[in-house]
Design a protein around this ligand. Structure first.
Ligand SMILES: Nc1ncnc2c1ncn2[C@@H]1O[C@H](COP(=O)(O)OP(=O)(O)OP(=O)(O)O)[C@@H](O)[C@H]1O
Ligand SMILES: [Mg+2]
Length: 220
């Protein structure tokens, strides 16, 4: 007995279906980027920041950061240095969003964003809780580690040793580290130690953020 074989000819995708599918893909990408950034520990204040939203539109750092992102090879780090309130943390967060958006390979990757002092505190607690090794491994092996306000923590010997362990591990494995700091490289060397800072300087683009304190409205 003959049975009717249904036609296997694919139906043409209509323009409406195509744009519906494109919109769904954009929504999925936004969700993936947001989730990656949330998982990284990016603070809620900075979650929505983009480079386009940066209040000081004429700041030359915007171009330098865009160039850095365009040339990114998966290994090069970034140091944003400058005075109080010039926008270092906001620019780092915005750059991270741009980077993750442009690199689907980073979606759901273990990225780690932390205030340097908080991260050291977390490690210290790890020694009391007995899981310091796991905590340290997470930080050392993050696909991208962003340390906000490096140098602000009290520079004890213990702090300098931990930072060197983290930075050297990442240096040897070509893992990118991003940093914001109020200090210049020489000032930072005194705070975190010469060995650590020169490993960072070798592997990072250093961008100095100039400008006014953006936290003070209409400041001269
Ligand atoms: N990308 C951005 N989009 C919108 N607003 C931003 C952005 N970056 C920074 N800002 C705003 O600029 C002000 C200062 O930013 P930020 O906290 O980044 O400064 P900072 O240089 O890190 O300061 P500090 O040295 O005190 O840590 C804040 O009010 C912040 O909301
Ligand atoms: Mg900051």
């Amino acid at each position: 007995m003959w049975t009717e074989i249904p036609s296997a000819v694919p139906t043409e995708e209509t323009p409406a279906l195509r744009s519906q599918r494109a919109r769904a893909e954009v929504r999925a990408a936004i969700r993936a980027v947001d989730s990656t950034l949330r998982q990284s520990g990016l603070p809620p204040r900075c979650m929505g920041f983009t480079l386009e939203m940066f209040p000081d539109r004429a700041n030359p750092a915007l171009r330098q950061i865009a160039d850095y992102l365009e040339d990114w090879d998966g290994t090069r780090g970034l140091i944003l240095t400058g005075g109080y309130g010039v926008g270092k943390t906001g620019l780092l967060a915005a750059a991270l969003r741009a980077l993750v958006t442009d690199h689907p390979s980073l979606w759901a990757a273990p990225l780690h964003f932390a205030l340097a002092a908080d991260l050291l505190d977390l490690l210290r607690q790890g020694y009391e809780a007995g899981d310091a090794a796991q905590r340290l491994a997470r930080v050392r092996n993050a696909h991208l580690l962003a340390l906000d306000d490096l140098g602000a923590e009290k520079p004890t010997e213990w702090v300098q040793e931990r930072l060197l362990m983290i930075v050297n591990h990442r240096y040897e494995r070509l893992l990118p580290t991003w940093i914001t700091t109020n200090y210049g490289l020489n000032g930072l060397a005194e705070r975190i130690g010469e060995r650590t800072i020169w490993r960072l300087a070798e592997t990072c683009a250093v961008i100095e953020i100039t400008g006014r304190n953006l936290r003070i409205r209409d400041a001269p």
